[in-house]
Every structure is written in structure tokens, then in C-alpha cells.
Design a protein around this ligand. Structure first.
Ligand code: FMN
Ligand code: SF4
Length: 709
């Protein structure tokens, strides 16, 4: 078994600093790679799925592997979002599965103990939420909105929350954790005490910064006492707002808070204040974007500091360490996309890193209430359920050759995984450039990093002897029958239609008019006549991005662009990927008007007929062209042509023909990649449908469901 930190012979000398051990209070991290707390969407309902997911990071070389936020008590109930719990001994046993699995690979296990205060709605426990002064986090978006305002905490409430933290910390220690957190970030209870908008108390917990920090200090002190000398105690804190606020004696309130508690925690874990800025999408936030907010912390404490910033470049990581910004390189998404990122750097294989693209599908999975999914890493979440390992795949079950028609995300992933299994693989694509929809989409504003989906796979495929790539090769059914490949995979993607959208919220008949285009037309180089209306009922990134693209790209032709959607926001689903606020900013910066709750009925005479989806009120918009970003349908004509000749398969040596990715069911890129991977794993498999169902560890202790201590 390899352990993190050994075998540095192949590591480039400039990166070896990343493999130095770091002392964190009474424990020592074997290297500087630190998987910071991030939720997995798995919860104690899936303890084995969760343990296997975390263990993969440890196997991949992360020196510390953390849980996500773990609730101390039913008064912190974030349902229906999937959150971890440490309410009773069943939870201890479930967490111990993870710590054992992480320790088996030589890494430390950390747990983020958490109380959400007024930001959780206690939808299941029905306990009136807790907040310093009863001020709620009043989200404006359906799904995150709540209608239960928090209570203003009494001093007894404060004592209770501190006591629950201590009880959870003791349970964490018995579950085998090495690092136990106090959480004061992202709008949750500790943070609510720090920020004056939330904390309007007039007692010793409110007013001055010192008073506002008292609750967090008490959480730290009680946690230290609870875990004793066995575990380190970490503080995770958001500093974005506090750094902007003036302080009487320090550069900011952020500086003052850090100074007040400088050496109290064994580790400072520093981050931004809200998910959209902390877990920023690459479209709007570059790598290392947190530095300007957190760079001062190391100057004010002797304790080690960990921070994040979608770090995938070892040069950036080394720079953070050498310049004294961070001691430990924190990672959430980079470790989801490639759990083996540290080991690849240790082995001098940086080029093999499957870099996170910053699409935030992972965070959308949490918002969806399901286990983490990742665009780049189709094995994320499938480690236990399907037995998928991100770096290992079973050998081929036969010598059969596989022909993949279509070199987009699904085709490339299927091709790479099949080739790694040892099958002879041919990938043909009608277009000169492989990459499918990403060939065009990576040219859209901010989507450059998404090209990593193609680059990672193409680079690997080009180095393999059992792979033949044929771009610029359009194939018909006759060709497929003549090519002597045993398995045919149709990965020909999807096409956008001109369908409109009804008030019943379903795609209806297409708008057949000149001047009506789809994203495929724009990708093919069509320049619409202005003014242009982008009508979007796809609701993900493309509608908003096409409006931006058209406005930027054809600005010199004075192209005026307007955006309309039946949804309540532009690119409404991007609330799930933390992008929505910035989509609106990007449209506004370009002067692109936005009409929401609108149905497109027709376009004629220089006018698009928009109608309010609820009231039927007409809302005409000046437009000579319309780009409809709505319904996609599978481009599966070749598949049906081939299947019509199934009777000829035996003579042609064809054993199977299947569709994958968008050609099977159009969706986001994450689904296409998963579909390609699934096909590759299942070929010649004895158990193609294997999907283990996890069950909770549910031996209830006698007495109340949760223990009060
Ligand atoms: C799926 C997902 C779940 C997260 N859940 C938590 C959480 O439970 N607690 C927390 O403190 N931060 C959470 N985060 C934020 C991350 O810890 C981290 O601060 C953020 O993703 C930026 O780091 P990165 O750029 O390395 O991803 C989550 C992030 C992701 C992607
Ligand atoms: S889903 Fe996207 S942002 Fe999340 S880890 Fe994977 S590639 Fe990165």
C-alpha cells in the first residue's frame, strides 16, 4: 500500500515542498494536500457510499480528508438538502466507516461540526430555528426560500448550542477523527454571531467585534476541552465581508477577529462568505481567486493556514506556499474531479491530472439533494455503488474492436475507457475537430476551462497504440456494416430545434420563419440580422451565454441583443451551479435587456411577439432574428438506419449497436460523460446492471433519538 508523502523520486524538485508534513496541533498531516470540508450529498443514509468516496481521496494522496458540514442537533436540520449528522451513536458508527477507510491510506480524517442557525429551516424537526437576534437568511429563490423565521437566542439557547458542539466533538473523537472543526462560515450560526447585520444583541455576545467573536471563541474552547490532546481543533471562517468592514484598531474587522483568536485554533481554514463566491464557477472566477481576501491571515497567527481556490496547477500551489499565503493547499472540487491529483504530482505525472473545469455540477448535485456528480470524473459517487475506481478499470473481456461514431464528450469518454481496458478502439467524427458541442461552446465567454473535458481525453487517447482517431469522416450505415468492428457505438450528439414552448411548460410546434435560428446555426457561423432576441427555455448556461456571445462578437456591427425566458430569472437553472447572480451581472454589463415570464408566440415584421406566461399580456420586442435555445432532440438517425439493417449484422461481424450520451438522451455534459463511461464499463461485463443499494446503520439506541449531554 502506498502512503501519501513517500516515493518522491519521480516528483519534480520544484513540487516537493507540497509533500512536506505539516504539524496541526497534536496531529501531523503527511503532506500539504488538504481536502477541505465539502458535502457529498450522501449522508448517513449511505454510509458505505460516503466512506468509499472519502477513502478514494486518501488513496489518491490527500493528506487530510474531511467530511462535509455535520449537524450537531435536530435544531440544525437542513432537509431536504442532504446533510451529515452526529446526533447519536448510530451516527458515530456511520462516520467510523469513513475514518477507518481514510486512515487505511495514511491520511488524517477531519470533521466539520456545524450548526446552521437561522439559515436552516428545520423542515423535518420543526424546531424554531436559532439565530443571534432572530434575523433570518431570507433567500429570494424558490427552492431555497423558507417561511420559518428564527427565534432570537436566549443565553440558555447559546449554552445549549455550545453543549451540543461539545457532545458532537466527543462523538467525533470516538468515531476516530483527527481534526475537529468549529464552523463560522457561509451564513451559518458562528458567522451570524460575527456579522453585525445578523447579530444585533445588546449583551456580551453583541456590539463590539470582541463581543461578537465570543460565541465562536466559546465553541473553540469547548471543543478543545471535549477532544483533549487527541485531536486538533480547526476553525473554518468566512472573511470576505469582515475584511471589508472598518475596525478601530486593525486593518479590518476580519483582521480583528483573527487577532482575537490568533492561536486558539490549531488550524485556520479560511474561505469566502457565500457559495457563489467561495465555490465560484470558472466562468466568473479564476483559480486562486480567494487570495486577496485571505492573504493576511498567515501574518497574524503562528498556526497553519489552509485555503481554497480551485487549485489544479501545482505551480500555483507552490507559489501559495512559498509566498506565505497558505501552509496547506485546500481542495474541494479539484479532488472530486481527480482524487489522485496529489499522487500524480508526486509521481511527476502532472499532465495526467483530470483538472476540474469549474462547472459546479458537483454543487448542483448537493442542491438537487443527491450524491455528488462530476462532469470530469464519472466515477465520483460510484466508488461503492458500482465499484468504479477513477484510475483502474477491468481488462477487456474480449478482443473485439469497437467503433465509436462521434467524438464529443460521450464518445471520447467511452473511447478512452474502452482503450484503457485494452479494446481496439476507433473514433470517427464527421467534423474536422473532435470535441462535439464543446468545440463551439468553449469559445463562449468564460467557458475556456471547459475545454479540459476534451483535452484530458484527447491527450490520453493520442498516446495509446490501440486507438485510431478519424476526424473529418462522415460515416453511413453502409460504412458501419463494412468496417468489421464487433461493437458500434453511436455518439452523434443532439440537435437544437426551433420548437416553441407552451403555457403548459412543454415544447410544442417549431417556429418556421426566416430569421429563426438555433444554437447549432450560431455555432455554424450564421450571423443573425439585428436586433436579435434570444429566447431561452433550456434554462441552463447556453441561452445567457449566446446572448453575451452575440453581443460581444458582433458588437462592431451594432448587433442589439435582448434575452427572454419563461422562467423567473435569466439562465434560471444556474442557481444550482452558483452562477445565476453573475449571469445577470454579465447580461447587464453588456446592456442586454432581460424579459422573464415570457412565452414567444411568433416573429414577423421586425417584431417578436412575447406574451406573459401567466397573464397573457402582450410584450412585443423589436427583433429581426430570434435564436431559440429550448428543446434538443437526439441526433440518432444513423442509429435507426443501422438498426433497420439488423438482419445483416451477423454477416458483418457486428455483435451490438448502442447509443450513448446525447444521441440516447440529450442532457448536460456531465450526463454524456457518465453515459460514455457506463458503456465502456459494461461491455462484456457479467453484471452490467450492478448498482448496490446502501442502507443506513440503524441499530437505534434505547431512549431519545438524540442524546442530550
Ligand atoms: C459539492 C460541494 C459541497 C460543499 N459543501 C461544503 C460544506 O459542507 N461545508 C463547507 O464548509 N464548505 C463546503 N463546500 C465549499 C468547499 O469546501 C470549498 O470552500 C469551495 O468549494 C472552494 O474550494 P474549491 O475551489 O477547492 O472547490 C462545498 C463545495 C462543494 C463543491
Ligand atoms: S463537477 Fe465540475 S466543478 Fe465540480 S468537480 Fe467536477 S469538474 Fe469540477
Amino acid at each position: 500500500m502506498s502512503g501519501p508523502g513517500d516515493g518522491l523520486e519521480r516528483c519534480k524538485p520544484k513540487y516537493r515542498v507540497l509533500f512536506e508534513p505539516v504539524k496541526i496541533g497534536p496531529v501531523t498531516a503527511p503532506n500539504r494536500f488538504y481536502q477541505v470540508p465539502h458535502a457529498s450529498g450522501m449522508t448517513e443514509a449511505n454510509p458505505r457510499v460516503r466512506a468509499a468516496f472519502r477513502a478514494m481521496k486518501a488513496e489518491g494522496g490527500w493528506g487530510v480528508v474531511s467530511t462535509g458540514a455535520v449537524s450537531t442537533h435536530p435544531s440544525c436540520d437542513d432537509s431536504p438538502l442532504p446533510f451529515g449528522r452526529l446526533w447519536d451513536d448510530n451516527d458515530v458508527r456511520a462516520h467510523a466507516l469513513m475514518t477507518d477507510a481514510v486512515h487505511a491510506h495514511g491520511a488524517l480524517a477531519a470533521i466539520e461540526i456545524w450548526h446552521g442557525g437561522g439559515s436552516v429551516m428545520n423542515r423535518t424537526s420543526r424546531i424554531a430555528p436559532y439565530a443571534p437576534s432572530g434575523i433570518p437568511w431570507q433567500a429570494t429563490h424558490v427552492g431555497f426560500m423558507g417561511n420559518h423565521r428564527p427565534r432570537a437566542m436566549t443565553k440558555q439557547d447559546i449554552r445549549d448550542v455550545v453543549r451540543w458542539q461539545a457532545a458532537a466533538a466527543r462523538r467525533a473523537r470516538s468515531a476516530g477523527f483527527d481534526i475537529v472543526y468549529v464552523y463560522a462560515g457561509m451564513g451559518y450560526l458562528g458567522y451570524q454571531f460575527l456579522l453585525e447585520e445578523y447579530n444585533q444583541r445588546s449583551d456580551e455576545y453583541g456590539g463590539s467585534v470582541e463581543n461578537r467573536a465570543r460565541f465562536v471563541r466559546e465553541l473553540l474552547e469547548t471543543t478543545k476541552k471535549a477532544v483533549g490532546a487527541e485531536c486538533a481543533v480547526a476553525l473554518r471562517i468566512s472573511l470576505e465581508e469582515l475584511r471589508k468592514r472598518p475596525s478601530d484598531h486593525y486593518a479590518s474587522q476580519g483582521h480583528e477577529v483573527v487577532a482575537l483568536m490568533a492561536d486558539l485554533p490549531d488550524l485556520w481554514d479560511v474561505k469566502m462568505d457565500s457559495s457563489p463566491t467561495d465555490c465560484g464557477a470558472s466562468r466568473f472566477r479564476p483559480e486562486a481567486s480567494h487570495e486577496a481576501t485571505i492573504d493576511f491571515v498567515k501574518t497574524m497567527t503562528d498556526r497553519p493556514v489552509v485555503g481554497v481556490g480551485r487549485f489544479t496547477s501545482p505551480d500555483t500551489m507552490v507559489s501559495q506556499v512559498k509566498r506565505g499565503v497558505l501552509d496547506l493547499i485546500g481542495g474541494a472540487r479539484p479532488g472530486i474531479a481527480d482524487p489522485f491529483l496529489p499522487n500524480k504530482i508526486r509521481e511527476g505525472r502532472e499532465d495526467d491530472i483530470r483538472e476540474c473545469i469549474g462547472c459546479n455540477i458537483c454543487i448542483s448535485s448537493w442542491h438537487d439533494g443527491v450524491p455528488v456528480r462530476c462532469t470530469q470524473n464519472p466515477t465520483a459517487g460510484e466508488e461503492w455503488r458500482r465499484g468504479w475506481h477513477p484510475e483502474r478499470i477491468p481488462p477487456a473481456g474480449s478482443d473485439d474492436a469497437v467503433l465509436i461514431v462521434g467524438g464529443g464528450p460521450a464518445g471520447l469518454e467511452a473511447g478512452l475507457s474502452l482503450a484503457r481496458r485494452g479494446y481496439p478502439v476507433t473514433i470517427a467524427d464527421a467534423r474536422e475537430e473532435l470535441g462535439g458541442r464543446l468545440v463551439f461552446e468553449t469559445r463562449l465567454p468564460g467557458l475556456n476551462a471547459w475545454g479540459r473535458v476534451v483535452d484530458y481525453r484527447l491527450n490520453a487517447l493520442k498516446q495509446m497504440d490501440n486507438v485510431a482517431l478519424y476526424p473529418g469522416s462522415e460515416l453511413g450505415a453502409d460504412d458501419l456494416l463494412a468496417m468489421e468492428h464487433a461493437h458500434i457505438v453511436i455518439a452523434t450528439g443532439a440537435r437544437w430545434t426551433r420548437r416553441l414552448y407552451s403555457s403548459l411548460e412543454i415544447p410544442v410546434a417549431p417556429l418556421e420563419r426566416s430569421g429563426v435560428y438555433t444554437p447549432d446555426d450560431i455555432a455554424a457561423g450564421v450571423v443573425p440580422e439585428g436586433p436579435v432576441l434570444v429566447f431561452d427555455f433550456d434554462n441552463y448556461y447556453l441561452g445567457g451565454l449566446l446572448a453575451e456571445y452575440l453581443s460581444d462578437h458582433f458588437a462592431d456591427r451594432g448587433l442589439k441583443v435582448h434575452y427572454a425566458t419563461p422562467a423567473g430569472h435569466a439562465s434560471a437553472w444556474t442557481i444550482m451551479t452558483n452562477e445565476l447572480p453573475f449571469v445577470h451581472q454579465a447580461l447587464a454589463e453588456r446592456g442586454i435587456g432581460v424579459t422573464t415570464l415570457a412565452l414567444l408566440k411568433d416573429m414577423a415584421g421586425g417584431e417578436a411577439r412575447l406574451e406573459h406566461i401567466f397573464t397573457g399580456q402582450m410584450m412585443p420586442i423589436e427583433a429581426n432574428s430570434v435564436v431559440i435555445v429550448g428543446h434538443r432532440e437526439a441526433r440518432d438517425g444513423l442509429y435507426h438506419e443501422l438498426m433497420a439493417r439488423e438482419g445483416e449484422f451477423a454477416d458483418a461481424g457486428i455483435k451490438s449497436a448502442e447509443r450513448i450520451g446525447d444521441a440516447l438522451a440529450p442532457g448536460a455534459i456531465v450526463h454524456a460523460v457518465h453515459s460514455g463511461h457506463l458503456y465502456a464499463r459494461n461491455l462484456d461485463s457479467d453484471a452490467p446492471d450492478a448498482f448496490l443499494r446502501d442502507i443506513p446503520i440503524a441499530e437505534h439506541p434505547p431512549g431519545p433519538a438524540y442524546e442530550e449531554e
